[in-house]
Design a protein around this ligand. Structure first.
Ligand SMILES: CC(C)(COP(=O)(O)OP(=O)(O)OC[C@H]1O[C@@H](n2cnc3c(N)ncnc32)[C@H](O)[C@@H]1OP(=O)(O)O)[C@@H](O)C(=O)NCCC(=O)NCCS
Length: 173
């Protein structure tokens, strides 16, 4: 489950966590959508906590941790645009998570980043869980070929079986 670092025509990079992005990470966390849909990330609003978190992830990349994180860098300045998470299960599948910095949204970046990870990671099936009212995450899931499995108690659960060609995608991201 170790995707190559892709570099596409729009200059988006997926890179392992690095502590140099701690300040940008803390700044990105000052956002009401992230607070609403990913409340578990609230501690990262503090730069010191963001730094510790990135350092611990960099260290755990050398172990067999089931949790993997990639930072999404975009543009010529390689600014932190967002992050992706993959939590492996014991049966070969994984659950995917993601967020984008507010100013990087609605440009298709998250869709391309998630599609890249789905294509390149070895996990199958992939699952995605989101708040029922998270319109952007739900559209992204459907755009990447995830299929709604259930919607209960405000939680929508999607699955992507990688043997099927995702609809709505005409070529590599
Ligand atoms: C979910 C999130 C990552 C989407 O990022 P993004 O870069 O804006 O996504 P994209 O530009 O690739 O857009 C994905 C789809 O959502 C739509 N969309 C994005 N924001 C939207 C909004 N606020 N309202 C309605 N649709 C929206 C886009 O139009 C696109 O749909 P389309 O392909 O049919 O045009 C971003 O909104 C975010 O970080 N939200 C807060 C954290 C979060 O909710 N993470 C997911 C937890 S499961």
């Amino acid at each position: 489950m170790r995707p190559r670092t892709p570099r596409d025509a729009h200059d988006m990079l997926l890179v392992p966590p690095r502590t140099i992005h701690a300040r940008e990470l803390a700044a990105a966390m000052q956002d009401e959508q992230i607070a609403r849909f990913l409340p578990q990330l609230a501690p990262l609003r503090k730069p010191a906590a963001a730094l510790r978190w990135l350092a611990s992830l960099a260290a755990s990349a050398r172990t067999r941790s089931p949790i993997r994180i990639w930072l999404v860098l975009a543009g010529r300045t390689r600014r932190l645009a967002g992050a992706l998470e993959l939590i492996a299960d014991t049966a070969g599948g994984a659950e995917i998570g993601f967020w984008m910095r507010r100013s990087a949204r609605r440009r298709g970046l998250a869709t391309r980043a998630v599609a890249t990870l789905c294509d390149q990671c070895g996990a199958n099936p992939l699952r995605l869980r989101t708040h029922s009212q998270n319109v952007a995450a739900r559209k992204l899931a459907e755009r990447c070929g995830f299929v709604l499995q259930s919607e209960l108690a405000g939680v929508a659960r999607y699955v992507l079986l990688k043997s099927a060609a995702p609809p709505g995608r005409t070529g590599p991201p």
